[in-house]
Write a protein that binds this ligand. Sequence first.
Ligand SMILES: [Zn+2]
Length: 293
Amino acid sequence: MIIILMRSPFAALAALAACALPLAGCGAPATPAPATDGGIRIVASFYPLQWLAGRVAGDGVDVASLTPKGAEPHDSELEISQVSALGDADLLVTLTGFQAAVDAAVEANPPKRLLDVGPIVGLEGEDPHFWLDPTRLAKAAAPIAEALGLADAAGAAGYEERAAAVAEELARLDAELAAGLAPFADAYLVTTHAAFNYFAERYGLNQVAVAGIDPEAEPTPARLTEVKRQLEGKPVKTVYFEEYASPKTAEALAADLGLATGRLNPIETDESGDYLAAMRQNLSELVQGLVRP
Ligand SMILES: [Zn+2]
């Protein structure tokens, strides 16, 4: 199933209304997303969706991201030029409900088509980090191809082919992760930001997260005490912190418990490196830092 919202007259009115307001940023020079060979403009709301849409769109096709360079997507603000360019996009691939600034921009300046991957990948509660389970990310490949084919019929066969190819690559990655982590079934994965729920669920680990889903949230002293109690006597040797986030909490907890620290990549920003390579790097960090229960 594919969910495509076409630009409605109401949305156009809303965009006009937004432009009548001062400080709305209307009239600022737009930086349109680069066009594909078929002349279509593709935008994604943050890195893993940008990566996947890029693989489906094909080599050399630039997919613009609405999350500013280097920023993590949880609380990101859009640049004015990104909001005004959104209306030129033939397709926006997004996770509705994750980034309030993106949802507001969609309302103010709707793209021609919008694909919300939420219902496709199967979100659990408020947790957005589905892309850390490659089988969930893979589910979005064919719908992206279908949406691109609607915008660019001449390219449809190519989109479909590349979607199948990237889904296969993700299946291979999944098999590697499953094999590599099989000896660690039921191990405790201690993280600072709770990004690894979907991952832990897929590969049979128990995530113990010090802070919540939002990486900015500082854990309370009560929460730290609770985590320490939870980990007492458990087979754990590593507290993982996130690449691009401060290791302070992890270091303090690790020092208290006499554990080492390790680094995991939640693959949220455009500086995460290639998705597949970053996932394999995470696997190697986990194989070194988890303890067989
Ligand atoms: Zn996150």
